[in-house]
Design a protein around this ligand. Structure first.
Ligand SMILES: [Zn+2]
Length: 236
């Protein structure tokens, strides 16, 4: 699935920016500058499965896969989730995304173009995060083979999709309750509606491409005196 791209498939690896996973999820939707085309990276089952497949390696590895299944088999985080993901899971993923964007918009005082989905109320958003956080039973496990090095893994008695949804929601709760909340930013480059965590005092943009586009727009304004009309083609 991560190999070559078929017609119409979006390479989600390109869309992942190395942000904390809840922020990556926030950034799965984009509205073009004129506001007509919504581009949703988790808009249907296939695309949601590709996204889950791409972020899986960044989730904690799990041991055990529910009652009756052999324990001890070690799984990359979210292993099997992409294959098992169904319409309901995709809907839950989008509901979590919309909830996180609503909370992020409040934290960052986001401009209107960031409201790209049906905006849930604060109460609805919190309910969604907490409900999904509780979808999976997850516990820490110590894995220590004879003569080997001990490692910490995650035990779960739940299915792979619930594990992924629950992990994303838990990480979101930690992000909003922790120091990253104050570093959450909207990228204000022309045509961008992504969030990022400001991990460097001088960082202003979600990507280098956005920084370049913003500089071009600034240059254009200064030298033409008119409204900036930067090309959005170079988005990266
Ligand atoms: Zn940007």
């Amino acid at each position: 699935m991560l190999g070559g791209m078929d017609d119409g498939e979006v390479d989600v690896r390109v869309a992942l920016l190395g942000e904390p996973l809840p922020v990556e999820l926030m950034n799965t939707i984009h509205v073009d500058e004129r506001g007509h085309d919504t581009f949703d990276l988790v808009g249907d089952v296939d695309s949601a499965a590709r996204w889950v497949d791409a972020i899986g390696p960044r989730l904690p590895a799990t041991t055990g896969r529910g009652p009756g299944e052999a324990r001890g088999a070690r799984d990359a985080g979210g292993g099997g989730a992409a294959a098992a993901l169904d319409e309901q899971d995709a809907r839950r993923l989008r509901a979590l995304r919309d909830a996180l964007r609503a909370l992020a918009a409040e934290v960052t005082d986001a401009p209107p173009q960031f409201a790209v989905a049906r905006v849930p109320s604060r109460r609805e958003a919190l309910d969604t995060v907490n409900r999904l956080s509780g979808r999976a039973r997850i516990w820490p496990e110590l894995d220590w083979p004879d003569g080997g090095e001990p490692t910490a893994t995650v035990g779960t008695g739940s299915g792979a999709c619930d594990y992924v949804l629950s992990s994303l929601a838990r990480q979101a709760a930690e992000l909003f309750a922790g120091p990253d909340r104050r570093q959450l930013r909207t990228c204000l480059a022309p045509g961008c509606d992504r969030y990022f965590v400001k991990d460097h005092p001088r960082r202003e943009w979600c990507t280098k491409a956005c920084g370049n586009r913003a500089r071009v727009a600034r240059h254009y304004r200064r030298h033409r005196g008119g409204a900036a009309r930067p090309a959005h083609d170079a988005a990266g």
